[in-house]
Design a protein around this ligand. Structure first.
Ligand code: FAD
Length: 427
């Protein structure tokens, strides 16, 4: 099999790949210059849809409806768009070997591609319970979610198991979103997570108690402070019971696991500098973007890896701009990222900007009515460094982003509590 050369190759065909392709096209791309090699069988799409509208019982999102870049209000890049731009989408193809010295990529089919510049956009994959040594964690009926094929398997399970009993293992945003869509599909849902409350990496106990109360009111049973330690299966190897570490047992027809993700380093491992679990690229003509990138976070004079969709889009765009500028003998300003992420479930929707460090002030939490609206600020060294809002309008969320970016001096806690959202709107 011969070698094929592309000026640019993006390894991975997820969110970052799609936004990078659009930026290449915006900045000037000749047909045949760019290829995307992706393990997935479909063109880049907005991955967050998979735990939300993709699983709705009615009016579910389906491709081509959520190809990138619709998630940020941009043009939808249908497969035809890539053809029109002369971009080769090499789908259903895993890169199994990368050699950055010879600038060569080898696929599982034995095809060899040479590149001038490559973007490592391999994203993350889910952590499995078997990674923690939980026995029988690969039984039928136990689902994980990262790619569309897993979402399809879950849709199928939901359809064939009407009135089923589901256990969601994990209390992060994926677990919360999945529990909500399972309830919408009329399954009887129990969530299990080890922490004292859900989303412990972001939520304070006061924030979490709202969501836990809301979920309980929707019929979700919450089991906290323990983990799944094993499963019991029927004679066909299908899960029927989740065993918990504290000795309790939960009957289950479907188990959905969301216990975290880890970056996919495999084809480049050992060839690029690693920090905080990701690549901090130190090799010319190799750019890591999205979930797999560890980068200088200028705002906090820190180095971070961020596993959220906004960063995957922006880091991809930034990398392409840096590549094109370098070709023209120019440089661009350093990536100046404001951490941002969001989640949506039931009719709830929250956004978070900045850093959740220091002291927190939760406002408006006690007067949440039928349409919940409350928020929080985080204060460090006398400055507001993080802001959270449930139920915000686009203008309000914009004000929160500005606050987190500008980091104004925090007034007294009492003033912040009294002013609540107005503090962000007036600053
Ligand atoms: P991905 O989008 O994961 O793309 C990586 C691609 O690389 C995949 O196509 C993969 O198959 C491919 N690949 C990997 N290895 C190889 C290889 N060796 N060869 C070829 N191809 C390879 N973030 C939020 O901020 N808010 C949300 O509400 C939200 N919801 C989410 C819901 C779900 C179900 C999931 C899984 C994630 C969610 N995220 C959310 C996170 C967000 O989707 C990710 O941060 C984002 O997709 C990362 O983009 P990426 O391009 O780096 O990686």
């Amino acid at each position: 099999m011969g070698e094929k050369y592309y000026k640019y190759v993006i390894v991975g065909g997820g969110v970052a790949a799609g936004y990078a392709a659009r930026e290449f096209a915006n900045l000037g791309l000749q047909p045949g210059e760019l290829a995307i090699i992706s393990k997935e069988a479909v063109a880049p799409y907005e991955r967050p849809a998979l735990s939300k509208a993709y699983l709705f019982p009615e009016g579910a999102a389906r491709l081509p409806g959520f190809h990138v870049c619709v998630g940020s209000g941009g043009e939808r890049l249908l497969p035809e768009w890539y053809t029109k731009k002369g971009i080769d989408l090499i789908l259903g193809t895993e890169v199994v070997k990368a050699d950055v010295a010879s600038k060569t990529l080898t696929t599982a089919y034995g095809a060899v591609y040479k590149y001038g510049t490559t973007l490592v956009a391999t994203g993350s994959t889910f952590i499995k319970l078997s990674d923690f040594g939980v026995p029988d964690a690969d039984a039928h009926g136990i689902y994980y979610l990262r790619e569309i094929k897993e979402a399809d398997a879950l849709v199928q399970a939901i359809k064939t198991k009407k009135d089923a009993v589901a256990v969601v293992v994990g209390g992060g945003y994926i677990g919360l979103e999945l529990a909500a869509v399972l309830v919408l599909n009329k399954l009887k849902v129990t969530m299990v997570y080890p922490g004292p409350w859900c989303m412990p990496r972001l939520f304070t106990t006061h924030i979490a108690s709202f969501y836990e109360g809301y979920y309980k009111a929707k019929g979700v049973t919450i089991v906290k402070g323990t983990v799944a330690s094993g499963f019991e299966t029927d004679q066909h190897g299908h899960v029927k019971l989740v065993k918990l570490k504290d000795g309790r047992e939960l009957p289950a027809d479907i188990v959905v696991v969301g216990v975290g993700a880890r970056p996919v380093l495999a084809p480049f491992k050992g060839q690029l500098a690693e920090e905080k679990g990701g690549f901090k690229t130190n090799v010319p003509d190799v750019y890591a973007v999205g979930d797999v990138a560890t980068f200088p976070l200028k705002l906090y004079s820190d180095t971070r890896r961020v596993e959220h969709v906004d960063h995957s889009r922006k880091s991809a765009i930034h990398a392409v701009q840096a590549i094109k500028a370098a070709e023209a003998g120019n440089s661009i300003p350093e990536y100046d990222y404001l951490p941002y992420f969001y989640s949506r479930s039931f009719d709830l929707s929250w956004q978070f900007y900045g850093d959740n460090v220091g002291e927190d002030v939760v406002f408006g939490r006690d007067n949440t009515t039928t349409q919940p609206k409350f928020g929080a600020y985080w204060i460090k060294d006398g400055k507001i460094v993080g802001a959270f809002l449930e139920g915000g309008t686009p203008e309000e969320n914009k004000a929160l982003a500005k606050l987190a970016k500008e980091q104004p001096t925090a007034p007294s806690k009492e003033t912040l509590l009294a002013e609540g959202l107005n503090f962000a709107l007036m600053t």
